[in-house]
Design a protein around this ligand. Structure first.
Ligand code: ZN
Length: 131
């Protein structure tokens, strides 16, 4: 299954939890795994809090502090070396257990797509497996 995600800024955090929870509900899996993956070199999938969306902003700010813009070899190719490095650190996927037919997320956890080279149309691939 694929989710189409439109990001709005160069750096953006988009909460996918509601849409993924709906896919899990429709799949009618009692126990299993939910794998979420982005087939993009400058985007990532994370699991963290979005009840306070400032955490997503803090994440972007922290990565900006760690990884400066415009100093990387890849910038000579298409000027987005920092975007690739940030996406690599976070990684392209997360796996969440399915228990009793639902995502086993903690109260404050959400599944989010993070874009470092938007705004653009992104795809998240959701794979559900019985376990
Ligand atoms: Zn590039």
């Amino acid at each position: 299954m694929e989710l189409k995600v439109r990001t709005r800024n160069k750096n953006d955090v988009v909460d996918l939890t509601r849409q993924i929870a709906e896919l899990v509900r429709q799949a009618d899996l009692e126990q299993g795994l939910c794998h979420v993956y982005v087939p993009h070199a400058t985007a990532a999938i994370i699991v963290n809090e979005n009840d306070d969306p400032q955490i997503g902003q803090d994440l972007l700010t922290a990565l900006d502090g760690l990884i400066p813009e415009g100093v990387w070899l890849h910038d000579k190719v298409d000027e987005n070396g920092a975007s690739h490095l940030k996406a690599t650190i976070l990684g392209p996927s997360e796996t969440v257990p399915i228990r009793r037919g639902r995502l086993a997320l903690g109260t404050w956890q959400a599944i989010m797509l993070v874009d470092f080279d938007g705004p653009r149309d992104r795809t998240a691939i959701v794979t559900l497996t019985r376990a």
